[in-house]
Design a protein around this ligand. Structure first.
Ligand SMILES: Nc1ncnc2c1ncn2[C@@H]1O[C@H](COP(=O)(O)OP(=O)(O)OP(=O)(O)O)[C@@H](O)[C@H]1O
Length: 976
C-alpha cells in the first residue's frame, strides 16, 4: 500500500511565497497525524482483518513530501486467497458518479495514472517509449490472478470516461485503491494485493529497496511563468536526498512465532565475562572462575532431572525457563519458547564441533561426558562428532580427486584441490594432502632437476597461488607448509662453526638457552649488547645447533634486513601475524587450527632480533596469542623465546609521541620485562681492533660522553672532516668515503663497503644525486607518477607533489646507472631476501623493470626483478592528504638515512650532520656502523645560531630507558 498526503492540504497552510520544503515541520505534522490514524485503522480496527505483521517505509521525496509504503501480512484466518475476495478490498474502476459522487471525485483527483503513452509521451513514467507502470492496463470483466501471480483487477469496459489533465481516461487508467481509505484520507493511496510467491518477493524487495532515482526534465512552455510549484510537483521533481530516507519496521513477531531464547555456547572454562575497560582483569577472572552459564547449568540439569535428558540443549527452553538471576533452569509454566544455540562456523574449530554434538546428543552431563562416544574417550569434540557419524566424510571429495587424477594433469589438479579446500571444507585437509600428494606434484616429481623438498614447496606454492586468487591462503588450512618450510631451512656450514668461536659472554647465553630447550623448560631471554657485540652471531650459532639437532627454530627480526641475515629469518610481524596497530589487548591473527599455530606449537625456540625497535604492544600480542595457542598462562605459552637488541639504538617510532610516551611504548615498560632473563654481551666484535673507538661509541650510546656548556659532545679529531664551506667540505667527505669512484663501476665490494649517513631524506637525496653523477656509466632517469587519491577538486598540483620526499618513498626523480648501489624500500618478498632496506647492486633496467642483485645477508648474489608499484605514505608522515607515488620502490644508497642503516656493518662510513640529530640513539647508530675511528668520518656543518664548532654535535639519549632496563625488580641479569 502506498500513501501520498494531500498536496492541497499542505498548500492551504503555506504562507504566500512559501514552498513545501521550507516547512518540513508542516508536511511532517500533517503526514504524521494521517499516518497514525491510518495505523489505527489497520492495526487497531483491523479494517482488512487481523494483522500478523507489518512493515512500513517512509520516504521523503518530491520536494520534501513524505510518502509511505506498507506491507501488511494478515493472520491465517483473514488471508485473501481467491480473486473474489480481492474485490472486497481493492477497486480499479471509476465508481458510478450518480451513486458515489464524492468517491468518484476522489478517484479522478488522486487515482488516475498519467496520462502517458500515446496521450503524453513525455510523462515521467515513460521509459523507452513504454509506461514503466504498464498503463493503460487491459480491460478485464472480472478479477483474476495473472500468469506472474499478480492480480489482474476487474476493469470493465463500461464506457465511462473522465477528463484528467486534458485527456479522456477510462477504467484502464485507474490506480487500484480501497474506497474506504481513499474517502477517509482524500489522498493518493494505492492498495494492492499480493498473494502469490512471486508477488510477495517483489513487494518485500520494493519496500526494502534503496531510494528511487527519477530524472525529470522541467520544460517551460512559451509565455508561461518560469516557476509553477504545483506543476513541478506533479512533474515529480526529484530532490535527491538519500539521507532523508527513513525505514521503520514494526514486526509483530509474537503473533507469528513464539519468542526465541539464544543459548550460550562456549568451551569448558571459556564462558563470556563482561567487564569495564578500567577493571582489573585478574580480579574479574578470579571472580568469574566456574561462572554458571546456560550450558554448564544444562549439564547440571541433566545430572539431577531425568526428564531433562529427553531434550536436546536447543529444546530445553521449550520445557524449562532460564532464571537469569539465580542462573538455573526452572520448569516452564506457560508460553512456548524456542531455543537457538549461538551460531559458530567451522573455522571456530572445537566450538563448532561442540555445537554439532549439543545438537545431537541427549542428556550430556559435562564437557567430558560429551567426549565419551560408545565407551571411548575422545580427545577433541571434532573426534567425538566424527565417531558419532555427525561429520560428513570427505568421500565425495576424494572421489572427485580420484576421478580428476586419472587425467594426469597435475596443474589442473592443484587448482581443483584449492577449489575443494575453499568450497567443500574437507574435515581432514592434511590427510587429503597426503593421499593425493603424488598426483598433485606429478609434473615436479618427474623433473630430475627438482629435489624432493623443492617438489613439495613448489606444489604448495602453486596451491597457495590458486587459494590467494580466491581470497584465502595456505595458512588457513591444515597443510604442512610452515613446518615443511622451517624443517628445510638450510643451515650454512660456517654457522655450525660459529659455536666454536663464541666469546665468553656469547657462550654463557648460548649454554643457558640450549640447556633450557634440551630440558623442555620455558624461558624468556633478552640478549643485550651494543652494536657489533655479536648478537646476530649468537643467534646464528643457536639456530645452527638446534636445527641440526632436529628442533624447529623460528628466526625473526623487527626489520626485514635484520631478518634476512638470519637463516630462515622473517620479519616478526609477518611470521607471527602481528597486527600493524597493535594495542594493549590485541592478538595476532593466527587461527588455532592453522598450519602456523601448529608450527608455533611444535617450535622449540623463537628468536626475535631488534626487539627494542617495536612497540611493546606487538610483543605482548604475541605473548597473549601463544598463551592461547598453547592453552596455558605461562609467558609465551611456555616457549623458549630469545629477544635481542640494543636500547641505545633508535626506539619505536610513535607518531607525534612525547619523550615520555615513546619510552612508555618501549619494551622495558612491558609487564613481561621484569621476568626477562638478560644476558649482556660486552665485547665489540665489529670494532675489536680499535678499543678506543669501541669505548667512545659505548659512551655515546649510554649518554656518558661529556658534554660542553651547550650540551654538545666532542667528536675525536681523527674522525672529523674539516669545515671550510658547505660545498667544499661536502665534496671532501664524498672523496674520503668514495675515493676514485669514477674508476670503480664494476667493483661491487668497494661499493657495498661504504656509505654516507644523514638524518633526513632531503640530505640523502642531494648526496645521492651528486654521487650518481660522479659514478661512471650512462644514466637513466625514472620519474614518478604522483597523485592525491582523495583530491577530486584538484587542489594539489603535480609539481608540488613531485617536490615531496616523504619518508619511506622513492624520489620523484630516480636516476640509475648500471652497477650503482640501491636500497629496496618495501618488503616485496621477505622470505626470498627482498625486503625493506635490503641493499642491492643495480644490474640493468628497462622502462618498466629494474634488475638488481642482492648484496647482503643470506640471499646475497640472488637476482631480483623490481616492478614500478604504487606506494603510499605511512601514517607516521602527517600529510593532510592521501598521497600516492607510482615509482620503483628503490633509492640510491651511496647515501642513506641513519635509521635505514641500523643493523648494517659499513666499514667506510661518513656521517653528514648539517643539523644536529633529533632522536634517541641516532648518533650512536650512525657511529656504530663503522669498524674503526680511522674509517669513520663525520662532517659537522657549524650552526651560526649556536656556538656549534666543527667538532661538536648533539647526542640525544633517553637515559630513563636504561634506568628501567636495569632497575626492573626481580630481573635476572647474567653478567660475568
Ligand atoms: N665470536 C665471534 N667471533 C668472531 N667474529 C665475531 C664474533 N661475534 C661477532 N663477530 C663478528 O662481529 C661483527 C658484528 O657481529 P654481529 O653483527 O653479530 O653484531 P650485532 O650485535 O648483531 O650488531 P648490530 O647490533 O649492529 O646488528 C660481525 O662481523 C660478526 O661476524
Amino acid at each position: 500500500m502506498t500513501c501520498n498526503p494531500d498536496w492541497k492540504e499542505i498548500q492551504n497552510e503555506l504562507k504566500p511565497g512559501q514552498m513545501a520544503q521550507d516547512r518540513p515541520d508542516l508536511t511532517t505534522r500533517i503526514f504524521r497525524s494521517k499516518l497514525q490514524d491510518l495505523k489505527d485503522q489497520l492495526f487497531k480496527k483491523y479494517i482488512f482483518g487481523g494483522v500478523a505483521a507489518h512493515v512500513y517505509v517512509i520516504e521523503f521525496q518530491k520536494r520534501g513530501l513524505p510518502h509511505a509504503h506498507f506491507l501488511i501480512i494478515l493472520k491465517t484466518a483473514f488471508k485473501i486467497t481467491v480473486p473474489v475476495q480481492f474485490d472486497r478490498i481493492v477497486s480499479a474502476e471509476l465508481p458510478d458518479p450518480s451513486k458515489y459522487k464524492r468517491l468518484h471525485e476522489l478517484v479522478v483527483k488522486h487515482m488516475m495514472h498519467g496520462p502517458c503513452g500515446n496521450l503524453n509521451k513525455n510523462n515521467a513514467c515513460m521509459k523507452k517509449g513504454l509506461c514503466k507502470n504498464k498503463y493503460p492496463r487491459s480491460f478485464s470483466s472480472q478479477t483474476i490472478v495473472g500468469d506472474d501471480s499478480y492480480p489482474i483487477y476487474r476493469r470493465r469496459n463500461d464506457g465511462q470516461q473522465v477528463k484528467v489533465r486534458n485527456k479522456y481516461l477510462d477504467n484502464r487508467w485507474v490506480i487500484p485503491y480501497n474506497p474506504y481509505l481513499l474517502s477517509r484520507y482524500n489522498c493518493h493511496i494505492n492498495v494492492e494485493i499480493c498473494s502469490g510467491i512471486k508477488a510477495v518477493k517483489y513487494i518485500y524487495k520494493y519496500i526494502y529497496k534503496g531510494h528511487d532515482k527519477i530524472s525529470v526534465s522541467i520544460s517551460q512552455k512559451n509565455g508561461e511563468q518560469p516557476f509553477d510549484e504545483i506543476q513541478q510537483y506533479q512533474d515529480g521533481r526529484w530532490v535527491s536526498a538519500p539521507e532523508a530516507l527513513w525505514r521503520i519496521f514494526e514486526f509483530d513477531l509474537n503473533e507469528m512465532y513464539p519468542s526465541v531464547c539464544n543459548l550460550q555456547l562456549h568451551l569448558e572454562d571459556q564462558q563470556s565475562v563482561y567487564y569495564k575497560y578500567n577493571q582489573n582483569l585478574v580480579d574479574i577472572l578470579k571472580r568469574n572462575a566456574g561462572k554458571k552459564s546456560m550450558l554448564t547449568e544444562f549439564f547440571h540439569l541433566n545430572k539431577s532431572d531425568s526428564e531433562a535428558k529427553k531434550y536436546l540443549y536447543r529444546e530445553i527452553p521449550e520445557k524449562y525457563v532460564w532464571d537469569k538471576t539465580k542462573k538455573i533452569w526452572k520448569q516452564r509454566q506457560r508460553y512456548d519458547q524456542i531455543g537457538r544455540i549461538n551460531t559458530t562456523n567451522p573455522s571456530d574449530g572445537e566450538r563448532y564441533y561442540l555445537r554439532i554434538l549439543l545438537n545431537h546428543v541427549y542428556g550430556p552431563t559435562s564437557f567430558s561426558d560429551l567426549l565419551q562416544v560408545h565407551g571411548n574417550q575422545c580427545s577433541t569434540f571434532k573426534e567425538a562428532a566424527e565417531k558419532h557419524g555427525l561429520l560428513e566424510t570427505d568421500h565425495y571429495i576424494s572421489d572427485c580427486l580420484d576421478d580428476a587424477s586419472n587425467y594426469q594433469m597435475p596443474s589442473a589438479l592443484r587448482q581443483l584441490f584449492s577449489i575443494l579446500l575453499i568450497y567443500c571444507e574437507p574435515t581432514n585437509v592434511l590427510q587429503l594432502w597426503n593421499d593425493y600428494y603424488i598426483d598433485l606434484s606429478h609434473d615436479y616429481q618427474t623433473n630430475k632437476e627438482i629435489s624432493s623438498n623443492e617438489c613439495i614447496s613448489k606444489t604448495l606454492l602453486d596451491i597457495n597461488t590458486y587459494l590467494e586468487r580466491m581470497g584465502r591462503t595456505i595458512d588457513d588450512f591444515d597443510l604442512p607448509k610452515e613446518i615443511f618450510e622451517e624443517r628445510h631451512v638450510i643451515t650454512p656450514v660456517e654457522d655450525i662453526d660459529m659455536v666454536l668461536t663464541l666469546n665468553i659472554d656469547q657462550r654463557n647465553a648460548y649454554q643457558e638457552i640450549i640447556n633450557r630447550v634440551d630440558k623442555k623448560q620455558s624461558g624468556m631471554f633478552f640478549i643485550d649488547g651494543p652494536g657489533g657485540t655479536g648478537k646476530t652471531y649468537l643467534y646464528r650459532a643457536l639456530l645452527a645447533t638446534l636445527r641440526n639437532n632436529g628442533h624447529l627454530a623460528i628466526a625473526t627480526a623487527t626489520s626485514g634486513v635484520a631478518a634476512s641475515i638470519l637463516p630462515g629469518g622473517r620479519t616478526a610481524h609477518s611470521r607471527f601475524k602481528i597486527p600493524i596497530n597493535s594495542t594493549e589487548t590485541s592478538l595476532c591473527s593466527i587461527k588455532k587450527q592453522s598450519g602456523l599455530a601448529q608450527l608455533l606449537k611444535k617450535a622449540s625456540i623463537l628468536i626475535w632480533d631488534e626487539a627494542p625497535m617495536v612497540k611493546r604492544t606487538a610483543i605482548e600480542s604475541l605473548d597473549r596469542t601463544l598463551k592461547d595457542i598453547m592453552n596455558n598462562s605461562i609467558y609465551f605459552g611456555g616457549k623458549v623465546i630469545v629477544f635481542g637488541g640494543d636500547f641505545r639504538q633508535v626506539l619505536p617510532v610513535v607518531r607525534r609521541a612525547s619523550r615520555l610516551e615513546t619510552i612508555n611504548y618501549s619494551m622495558v615498560k612491558s609487564y613481561l620485562w621484569s621476568d626477562m632473563e638478560v644476558f649482556s654481551l660486552r665485547e665489540n666484535m665489529r670494532a675489536r681492533t680499535d678499543q678506543l673507538f669501541c669505548d667512545f661509541i659505548l659512551r655515546i650510546g649510554n649518554g656518558d660522553e661529556e658534554e660542553n656548556e651547550d650540551g654538545l659532545v666532542h667528536i675525536p679529531d681523527e674522525m672529523i672532516i674539516d669545515y671550510f664551506d658547505d660545498q667544499t667540505s661536502e665534496d671532501l667527505l664524498i672523496n674520503v668515503i668514495f675515493p676514485s669512484l669514477q674508476d670503480k663501476s664494476t667493483c661491487s665490494d668497494y661499493i657495498m663497503e661504504r656509505s654516507i649517513l644523514a638524518t633526513k631524506n632531503e640530505y640523502v637525496d642531494r648526496l645521492n644525486q651528486k654521487l650518481i653523477k660522479i659514478f661512471p656509466g650512462d644514466d637513466v632517469t625514472y620519474f614518478s607518477f604522483d597523485s592525491v587519491t582523495d583530491d577530486s577538486s584538484n587542489l594539489y598540483q603535480v609539481e608540488f607533489l613531485n617536490s615531496l620526499t616523504p619518508n619511506g618513498l622513492p624520489p620523484h626523480r630516480l636516476t640509475l646507472k648500471k652497477n650503482c648501489p640501491i636500497m629496496l624500500l618495501r618488503n616485496l618478498d621477505p622470505s626470498n631476501g627482498s625486503c625493506n632496506r635490503t641493499r642491492m647492486i643495480c644490474k640493468s633496467f628497462k622502462n618498466n623493470v629494474v634488475v638488481a642483485r642482492i648484496s647482503m645477508g643470506q640471499f646475497s648474489g640472488k637476482i631480483v626483478m623490481i616492478p614500478r608499484i604504487p606506494l603510499c605514505v605511512s601514517d607516521d608522515e602527517a600529510l593532510p592528504f592521501k598521497f600516492q607515488r607510482k615509482q620503483f620502490p628503490i633509492r640510491l644508497c651511496f647515501a642513506m638515512t641513519i635509521n635505514k642503516s641500523q643493523g648494517q656493518t659499513i666499514p667506510n662510513v661518513g656521517i653528514y650532520l648539517p643539523h644536529n640529530v633529533f632522536s634517541h640513539g641516532q648518533l650512536y647508530v650512525a657511529l656504530s656502523r663503522g669498524i674503526s675511528m680511522s674509517q669513520t668520518k663525520v662532517l659537522i656543518i657549524p650552526d651560526k645560531y649556536t656556538s656549534t664548532q666543527g667538532s661538536y654535535t648533539k647526542n640525544i639519549v633517553y637515559k630513563e630507558i636504561f634506568k628501567s632496563f636495569k632497575q626492573s625488580e626481580g630481573m635476572n641479569i647474567h653478567l660475568n
